[in-house]
Design a binder for this molecule. Sequence first.
Ligand code: HC1
Ligand code: SF4
Length: 574
Amino acid sequence: DIKLTIDNIEVTVPEGSTLLDAAHAAGIDIPTLCFLRDVNEIGACRMCLCEVEGARGLVTACAFPVSDGMVAHTNTERLRESRRKTLQLIVSDHNMDCLACVRNNNCELQKLCKRYGVTDTDYYAGKKNSFSVDASSKSIVRDNNKCILCRRCVGACENLQGIGVIGANNRGFDTYIGSTFDLPLAETSCVNCGQCVAACPVGALYEKDSTAEVKAALEDPDKFVVVQAAPSVRVGLGECFGLPIGTVVEGQMSAALHRLGFDRVFDTNFSADLTILEEAHELIDRVQNGGALPLITSCSPGWIKYCEHYYPDLLPNVSSCKSPQQMFGAVVKTYYAETMGIPVDKIVSVSVMPCTAKKFECDRPDQDAAGVQDVDYSLTTRELGSLINEAGIDFVNLPEMPYDSPLGDYTGAGVIFGATGGVMEAALRTAVETITGEELECVEFTDVRGVEGVKEASYNVGGLEVNVAVASGLANAKKVLDAIRSGEKNYTFVEIMACPGGCVNGGGQPIVDSSVRNFVDVRALRAKGLYELDKNKPLRKSHENPEIIELYKSYFGEPGSEKAHHILHTKYVE
Ligand code: HC1
Ligand code: SF4
C-alpha cells in the first residue's frame, strides 16, 4: 500500500493507483474530460492537471502514479486558473447552443464550465470551425460542431469494439473526428452499437430521434399503438429520473407507458422466452442432425452487422432466429392481429430498447412477417425518458402497473437476456431439460455470469459434452471468433453481444457521467437488478411460460415448425 497526502488529507491506496484514483479514495473529485477508464486513457485534455511537490511542472492526475510520501494539491488558484483556460479554449470553438442540445443538463463540458465559472463563450473570438452534421446512419447522428476532440468515442470504437471507423483527421486547428476518406457513417463498417454515443461527454454524438413519429402515432385515433420494452430498460430508465444505477422500475415503466397513451403495453421478455424455444430447438437439431456448430446467438444487431462485415464465413453458424425485438413485432402483426381482429395496417409497433442498433434492425430486410415491417419504431431508453419527462409524469412516485396480457408475461429466463451470459443461461435451462427429459435441480448456470469479456464453460448434458463461450464487446468477440475460425476451439454454443457487459450497457441506455463511470461498474450494477428479477420469479424456464405454451398450442404448433420459421426466423446478408 501507498501512503500520501492530497489537499492535506492522508490517504492509503493500493500500489499502481493514479493520483486520480487516490483523490477519489480521499473524497476529492479531480475534474476530467478525456479520461474514460479502459476506453480512453491518453492524458490529453489537461483538465486533471494537479500539483505534486517536487515534480517538474503540473502533472496529469489520470495518468500519474502515486508514490509513498507524495504530497499533492488538486485545488489551488493556479490549477483553477489553468482549468478555466482549458475550458475557455474549448468553448471558444464550440457550438454553445445549449438549449437546442440533447445533452443540455447532462453535459460534462457544461457542468465543468459551471464549476469553474466559465460563463462566456468568446474569450478567444476568432475563427470557428463549421461542420456539416452526419445523419446518414439509421442509428447515430454525428455533429462535429459540438465535438471537443476528447477522443472518447474513438477509444470506444477502437478499444471496446475493435472496429475503429472513427478517428482524428487533419491536424492542429483543423483537427476533427471523422471516418477514413470522410465517408458518411452509414457507408463505413460502423455497426450502430452506440458505444461512441455513451462515451461522448457532450452532444457531438446522439441517437436518431424517433419520438416525434411515435407521438404522432399516439395522437392518431385510427392507430392501434403497441409497445414492448426490453429487459435492460427496466434497470436503466430510473437513472433518467435520478434513481440509483440499476434500480428496477419495471412496474413504474408499465404505468408510464400506459399514461403516454399506448393501447397495449407488452414485454420483450415474453419474446425472449419465445426466442429460447426456437433457439434451443435449433441447437438440439444441429447437434443431433449435424448442422453448423457452434451455433451462435443472433439477438444483438450490432453483432450481426459485424459478422456480415468481418466474419461472413461464420454466418451459417449464426442462429436464424430473429431477435426478441423482431419476434415480438412479428407476433404482434400476425398472431395478435389475427386473434384480436385488428387490421395490420392500423397497428403501429414500437419498441423501447437499451440499444441504438435496434433502430437499424427494424429496417433490415426479411423482418416483415406480415408483409410490413415487424417493428415500426425503436426508441432508446433515453428517448423514453424524455417522453415521460415531457408528459409531466412523476415517474419516481408512480404506482406500479402490470403489463398487458397476452404477450406481457415472462419467466426468469427471459429477463436475464439483458446481461452478458443471460441468453446462454436461459437457453441452457431449456435445452438441458429438453435433451435429458429431466427437471433441472438448479437452474442457475453461474459460470456464464459476470462482466468478464470472455467466459467459457463445459457441461455434461445427458452424456453429451456441451462447450460454451460467451463474449461481450466486439473486441472480445473477435478473440472467440478467431479461435473458432482457426479450429483452436471446439464450441457447441456461443453467445455474442455487441456491447461490453451486454444490453444493460447498451448504447441507448442513460449516459453515465465519467466522474461516476470511472469508479463504478455500471454493467454489474444494472445486471444485478435483472438477476434479482429472475430469482424472484416463480417460473424461471422459458418453456414453462404459460403464454408461450398457449402461443404454440394455438398458433405455431411446435418450435421450429414451418409457420414458426416463416414468422420468427430470418436470413443474413453475405
Ligand atoms: Fe437486448 Fe434482446 S436482450 S438484444 O440484449 O435479445 O437491446 O435488454 O431487448 O431483441 O429480449 C437489447 C436488452 C433486448 C432483443 C431481448
Ligand atoms: Fe464505432 Fe459503434 Fe460508434 Fe459505430 S456506433 S462508430 S461501431 S462505436
